[in-house]
Ligand binder design. Structure first.
Ligand code: 5GP
Ligand code: ZN
Length: 113
């Protein structure tokens, strides 16, 4: 499979991993849009939010909890941060492996998109 994020999970593409457990990994975005820009992904390949199964709900809940913890660890929790999931072409999703962006460390736009 030529999925970039699956290759990061398998260690075939190097990345700056900041968190990992049996289900989830988080790493620094290669093209950060903010002083803190982490990407949080499930190890398992889920193509997009649109493809989520009901049985994946707990996993996505855990991804959000990991984002919350990393925001604390990286020192942005108090000032505030943003968590984003892009879905599909018009949603701006470029990598077809479900992921959550954690952005912080600067004042983000008041507009969502
Ligand atoms: P999307 O637009 O799909 O929501 O976001 C994909 C994100 O993955 C982008 O912010 C992009 O910079 C990041 N990205 C793409 N390829 C790599 C990579 O090989 N390594 C890392 N660390 N980030 C990547
Ligand atoms: Zn994948």
């Amino acid at each position: 499979m030529d999925c970039i994020f699956c290759q990061i999970v398998e260690g075939k593409i190097p990345s700056d991993i900041v968190y990992q457990d049996e289900e989830i990994i988080a790493f620094r975005d290669i093209k950060p849009q903010a002083p803190l820009h982490l990407v949080i992904i499930p190890r398992k390949h889920i193509p997009s939010l649109d493809q989520l199964k009901e049985s994946d709900s707990a996993l996505v809940g855990r991804m959000v909890a990991v984002a919350n913890q990393l925001a604390k660890d990286e020192g942005v929790a108090q000032k505030g941060y943003r968590v984003v999931i892009n879905c599909g072409k018009e949603g701006g999703q470029l990598v077809p492996h479900l992921h959550l962006h954690l952005l912080g460390g600067r004042k983000l736009s008041d507009q969502i998109g």
